[in-house]
Design a protein around this ligand. Structure first.
Ligand code: BES
Ligand code: ZN
Length: 854
């Protein structure tokens, strides 16, 4: 089938094969002569053979480089070009390696290595992009100081560290902190800066800059404030100070990911840093604040202490996601952040962990590391740290973290190093806990209860379904935060963390006057699926009375899912008691608006599909869509008389401020508007659209109108107004598809791929269209198979342009085994078609074969 693929048997890398590099890299000096199609890179690298080297093969990675010359200690040498790099005979004593290569940044559409975006030079080296810039031991455990000279006629030329000199046509930089090559960065172009400054707790003044294309200056202020808040927070909470005199952020339009933590020179997808009230929604502001924090926090968790090899990726990513979540919780609302994170975890990580792409947070093998920047490495990696913190307690957590920074500063570390600091700081044995890092799959925890003579017993049984390569699983340590409520709604036992360590385990609570109602897995204390037989009236009771806000939301969420599952499976009508509970909550002005908005937000259709699948049913996407429509329509009708009043009462007056409070109120107001739009023919939404002075309200009005098929004029007006703003146009593209009915989704997306503003070369635009297609559950899975076909065609076309983005988007097919045999056959045919494409990238080849083979 796949003999056309050149990588029919691509190389697999294994954790167990780790061997250190045989040479120290004492220093690196790079000179760039910039030219769009023929940039010359000269490297001068001092290597010293390690006395105790297991392996002294001198191999330097290199890809897509034209080698012009190589010298050792000034004498030309002949290097042997081999697969993925070069080899050379070298002295057994310290020597200076020099090489000159030529590269073609303008032709680099993969956006990895040195490339051009809108006439600007920029780099992306993580994970293995530096090898596309020059020959080098491109592995994170090789650390060195870098000195960089840039020659060219660009007005602004930046690299890592501090500027050490500049003149007409050149600039020099030196980074005093030894770093792996993946943290190298260079930017050159016509850029303007939004300046700022920060004084560290020890009194050092740090110059801050956000560099953008001329015209974007007005969108930097929010990012700058977020950066300062992040710097302060890391000092206050972790005691960590910034360690250079300068911190630069650059915004680029063409970027595969969200942002990158290069030392002293973070590079951001412009969508993740540029913000203004007129062009960004509340959700954009929240994300920008979080991602600036995330990349900044990597300065310690990632840069000062890095990863020994890429199998350890969650060492830096899981920890940094955990830290940025703590930051957002502190800046905004802790329960709201937790609820949002759990929604995202269930939407992205649970399907991954339950399907053909399942892998542990620390994988043991890969073909292409770019395919392992996953929800499991990131989000589950962060969950594992949250569990560890809960198990050892806050004081011990910070004690262990202090030890981590003290013991490992300047090193390239492993998960073993990480767990050892916790063991040493607390005296605890973490060998069973470590299974979270090596076992894939989401544990199921079945809970049963018993009450007799004042004693209440909870019994937990844990098991994890098989995942690829892991048929059997051992029981894990699961921190289960539990509280008990009395039937009148009082809390009779406050939150207590039960530690599950066995396959089956019971815990008793004595002295209870009556059978309590348990509130289990408070704050979502472990990333597991809870299975417990309970009733909708008990869920409604918890929604009303639980003292844990997360579990209050969870009770409402579980109810929402039950009601929809019943509608899908039995054709039941929307549950009246649940509708009443929702109505009561929406009208309850004592409750936080953000919380009310979350409870009013329906579970996603793919979440319902996932739930049906977990219970052994085959989800029918059209039925799920119909149930969801019926439910929302019924809710709107039930609230009919109060909607105009609720809309008015929740409208935020006054100038737009992107804070958590205002965002919560606007989120509730938008939910109400979307319900109202189903009943009033779009009158209120049209008024809001016409008068909105900020994107949050403009977008909410447009979305409500388009969903109701009443937004044609506004959609046109929106396009006219924003056609020159790339980031706003991404919203417009995505919204056309998100609001389309199932039978027209694929056709709408297809038409948009013909739009003059569609582009394969800009990942944001490609994702706006194809991501929205894959995200429209009933449209993507429409019985015609047109959604599958369109995505596959576009992935095939994108693969030769940008393999990394193609491979990531292939994951839209990962849930294919959930569906009926007809849909499975359609998807399988598309996956096989992708795999049969000649010249398919290693990235996409790996993803598609994994999905097909499981
Ligand atoms: N180090 C990553 C960026 C990265 C990922 C580079 C994959 C190369 C390959 C960065 O720190 C990161 O994790 N960015 C996230 C956002 C973050 C808030 C989770 C991203 O880009 O999505
Ligand atoms: Zn990161």
């Amino acid at each position: 089938m796949n003999d056309a693929a050149p990588n029919a048997a691509p190389q697999t890398f294994y954790l167990k094969d780790y061997k250190p590099f045989g040479y120290e890299v004492e220093s690196v000096k790079l000179t760039f002569q910039l030219s769009p199609n023929a940039t010359k890179v000269h490297s001068a690298i001092r290597f010293t053979p390690k006395a105790d080297a297991e392996d002294n093969r001198f191999f330097l990675h290199g890809e897509q480089l034209s080698l012009i010359s190589a010298k050792i200690d000034g004498t030309p040498v002949t290097a042997r070009l081999v697969d993925g790099g070069l080899e050379c005979d070298v002295p057994r004593t310290s020597f200076l390696w020099e090489a000159e290569v030529e590269i073609d940044p303008a032709a680099n559409t993969a956006l990895e290595g040195l490339y051009m975006s809108n006439g600007m030079y920029c780099t992306q080296c993580e994970a293995e992009g530096f090898r596309k810039i020059t020959y080098y031991p491109d592995r994170p455990d090789v650390m060195s100081t870098f000195t960089v000279r840039i020659e060219g006629d660009e007005p602004v030329m930046l690299s890592n560290g501090n500027p050490t000199g500049a003149g007409e046509g050149w600039a020099e930089w030196h980074d005093p902190w030894p770093k792996p090559a993946y943290l190298f960065a260079l930017v050159a172009g016509d850029l303007v800066n939004h300046p700022g400054s920060f004084t560290t707790k020890s009194g050092k003044d740090v110059e801050l800059n956000i560099w953008v294309r001329p015209g974007d200056e007005g969108k930097c202020a929010f990012g700058m404030e977020a950066l300062k808040k992040s710097m302060k927070w890391d000092e206050d909470v972790y005691g960590l100070e910034y360690d250079l005199d300068l911190f630069n952020i650059v915004a680029v339009d063409d970027f595969n990911m969200g942002a990158m933590e290069n030392k002293g020179l973070n590079i951001f997808n412009s969508s993740c840093v540029l913000a203004s009230p007129e062009t960004s929604t509340d959700a954009n502001f929240e994300r920008i604040e979080a991602i600036i924090a995330h990349e900044y926090f990597h300065n310690w968790t990632g840069n000062r202490i890095t990863c020994r090899d890429w199998f350890q990726l969650c060492l830096k990513e899981g920890l940094t996601v955990f830290r940025d979540a703590q930051f957002t919780a502190d800046m905004r609302s802790e329960p709201v952040k937790r609820i949002e994170d759990v929604i995202a975890l269930r939407a992205r990580q649970f399907p991954e962990d339950g399907g053909p792409l399942a892998h542990p947070p620390r994988p043991e093998e890969f073909q292409e590391i770019n395919n392992f920047y996953t929800a499991t490495v990131y989000e589950k990696g962060a969950e594992v740290i949250g569990m560890l913190k809960r198990l050892v307690g806050d004081d011990n957590y910070y004690k262990a973290l202090n030890l981590y920074f003290e013991r490992h500063d300047g090193q390239a570390c492993t998960i073993e190093d990480w767990l050892k600091v916790f063991e040493d700081a607390t005296g605890r044995d973490l060998s069973q806990f470590k299974l979270w890092y090596s076992q894939a799959g989401t544990p199921r925890v079945k809970v049963t209860e018993d009450y007799a003579d004042g004693t209440y017993t909870l019994t937990f049984e844990q098991s994890t379904p098989p995942t690829p390569g892991q048929p059997e699983k051992a029981p894990r340590v699961i921190p289960m935060a539990v509280g008990l409520l009395s039937p009148n709604g009082d809390e009779v036992r406050g939150t207590q963390v039960l530690e599950l360590t066995e396959a089956k385990q019971s815990f008793t609570f004595d002295g209870l006057a009556s059978k309590p109602v348990p509130s289990i897995l408070r704050e979502f204390s472990a990333p597991v699926i809870l299975e417990r037989e309970t009733t909708n009236s008990e869920r409604a009771f918890l929604l009303a009375h639980d003292t844990d806000p997360f579990n209050r939301w969870e009770a409402g969420n579980a109810l929402a899912k039950e009601v929809r599952v019943a509608m899908v499976l039995d054709g039941a009508a929307p549950d009246a008691a649940y509708l009443d509970a929702l109505e009561k909550l929406v009208r309850d002005d004592e409750q936080d608006p953000a919380f009310r908005a979350l409870v009013l937000s329906p579970p996603s259709q793919s979440d319902i599909a996932q739930t049906l699948h977990e219970r052994g049913h085959t989800p029918d996407p059209q039925k799920i869509y119909d149930a969801s429509e019926t439910f929302t329509q019924t809710l709107a009708q039930q609230l009919e008389t109060s909607l105009p009043r609720l809309y008015a009462a929740t409208t935020v007056e006054g100038p737009y401020v992107p804070d958590a409070d205002g965002a919560g109120k606007r989120a509730l107001n938008s939910r109400i508007l979307s319900l109202l739009t189903r009943l009033d023919g779009g009158e209120q939404a049209a008024r809001q659209y016409a008068s909105a002075d900020n994107m949050t309200q403009q977008y909410a009005a447009l979305a409500a109108l388009m969903k109701a098929e009443k937004g044609e004029a506004q959609s046109k007006a929106f396009f006219e107004q924003w056609q020159d703003d790339r980031l706003v146009m991404d919203k417009w593209f995505a919204l056309q598809i998100a609001c389309a009915a199932p039978e027209t989704t694929a056709a709408t997306a297809k038409e948009l791929t013909q739009h003059p503003l569609f582009s394969m070369k800009n990942p944001n635009r490609f994702r706006a269209v194809m991501g929205a297609l894959a995200g429209n559950h009933a449209g993507f899975h429409h019985a015609s198979g047109a959604g599958y076909q369109l995505l596959a065609e576009n992935l095939i076309a994108l693969d030769s342009v940008n393999p990394q983005t193609t491979a990531r988007m292939c994951a839209a097919f990962q849930t294919w085994k959930r569906y009926d045999s007809k849909r499975q056959a359609q998807i399988q045919a598309e996956l096989e078609r992708i795999l049969a494409t000649s010249g398919l990238s290693r990235d996409t080849h790996e993803m598609v074969s994994r999905m097909l083979s499981a």
